[in-house]
Design a binder for this molecule. Structure first.
Ligand SMILES: *Cc1c(COP(=O)(O)O)cnc(C)c1O
Length: 399
């Protein structure tokens, strides 16, 4: 996955353009910047790549999720439905707005379970946040139907799935708003950065203003700006955008390498009858950033994860035992460890986490292993990795 594996002169030249003009800020300084508008250029490139009318770059993927929700008017006391399996950024971004994350089960897509979503809807529900984990997608057709039926926003966190598609549409472009991260370990990177995408002009203008102190960006050189509403600073810098601009041009190349490496590993693992793969909804095409598969039970998955580490097969995650991506170890959320007081409404809204269990999620995550697909592997390295993985798993399932 990580684009940083393939940094080249393309990235260096884009960054040098910015350093030569000396304008590291994306807005203003029109005279000094020598025609360089890297953030604007990257937004235009992403509009094209993601087939979306509007793209607003921001400082991170976490900021993108907060800005997307804020742009659509989600705030204090609103409930946002999200999956138990995601990155911690999902609930951070929701809680930053004073809204309440409602965690629900996943299914064998490793994304939101539509039935669990429907059961969690209350009069306070404002949005469904679907997270396209590990390069693939949830059951988007069912989730779209639910969001339409209940008149809820559908926000898509596609931070880990750039390049994947559903029925020909880029992941991230299916919901009302989509969010991307360009942090250092994502498929394309800016170092730090993120984007909100939408076809809704009002949401876009809200995101544009909100991510820059509420400035409306009217006129040249920031001369005549006013503040239609309060905002914050979630801007991306020109230096970061410059790296992303080089990387986005290389996305097709990256995706091709990912698919090639993924296919070799998948084909090798397919000979083991005990190995099954995550479900990809019909009409969906993964980005191939990860290969995710299931073993028959928790014990075998734990053993495989250990065996991979011992044999130098790096980049494979057994999320059941990891505290970044799965609810089981999010004690800071369950115990509401905040630095500052939070509202009683949010505290009460999160009380369910003390007692609610997530058997379906536990079952899938206990048995799942997801392996990062690297861009820098040689063909020999992928093949050697494949045989080590097959060897290790065969030993384990034999018992
Ligand atoms: C990386 C990631 C984020 C957060 O992005 P940052 O740029 O690191 O803030 C959010 N959601 C998911 C699913 C991610 O993988």
């Amino acid at each position: 996955m990580p684009g940083f594996e393939l940094f080249s002169d393309l990235e260096r030249n884009e960054v040098n353009d910015v350093l030569q003009s000396g304008v590291l800020m994306r807005y203003g300084f029109d005279g000094m910047r020598n025609g360089h508008w890297k953030a604007k250029e990257l937004e235009a490139a992403l509009e094209n790549t993601l087939q979306s009318k509007h793209v607003q770059l921001v400082s991170s993927g976490t900021a993108a999720v907060s800005v997307a929700l804020a742009a659509a008017g989600v705030g204090a006391g609103d409930e946002v439905i999200m999956p138990t399996f995601t990155f911690v950024a999902s609930f951070e971004a929701i809680m930053m707005l004073g809204a309440i994350p409602i965690l629900v089960d996943i299914d064998d897509t490793l994304g939101l379970n539509p039935e669990a979503v429907e059961q969690a809807i209350t009069p306070k529900t404002k949005a469904i946040m679907v997270v396209q984990m590990c390069g693939s997608m949830a059951n988007m057709e069912a989730l779209q139907a639910i969001s339409n039926k209940h008149n809820l926003l559908l926000v898509e966190d596609a931070c880990q799935a750039i390049g994947g598609t559903f029925k020909g549409k880029p992941l991230g472009s299916i919901g009302d708003l989509g969010c991307f991260s360009f942090d250092f370990v994502k498929t394309i990177t800016c170092g730090e950065g993120g984007a909100v995408i939408t076809n809704n002009k009002d949401y876009y203008l809200n995101a544009d203003h909100y991510s820059d102190h509420g400035h409306d960006h009217v006129g040249n050189d920031r001369g005549a700006e006013s503040h239609p509403f309060l905002g914050y600073n979630f801007r991306i810098s020109e230096l970061h955008a410059a790296v992303g601009l080089a990387q986005v041009k290389r996305l097709p190349e990256f995706l091709k390498i990912q698919k090639g490496n993924y296919s070799i590993l998948r084909e090798a693992l397919s000979v083991i009858p005990e190995v099954t793969f995550r479900t990809v909804p019909e009409g969906g095409e993964e980005s191939y950033a990860f290969l995710s598969f299931f073993l028959p039970n928790l014990d075998m998955a734990r053993q495989a994860s250990e065996a991979f580490k011992t044999n130098g097969v790096d980049g494979c995650f057994h999320y059941f035992d990891n505290n970044w991506h799965y609810i089981r170890k999010w004690d800071h959320l369950k115990n509401l460890k905040t630095l500052y007081p939070i509202s009683t409404e949010v505290k009460n809204g999160l009380a369910y986490l003390q007692t609610k269990t997530f058997e379906k999620s536990d079952d899938y995550i206990a048995r799942n292993i997801s392996c990062l697909i690297k861009l820098s592997w040689t063909e020999d390295e992928v093949k050697a990795r494949a045989s080590k993985m097959v060897e290790a798993i065969k030993q384990i399932v034999k018992g």
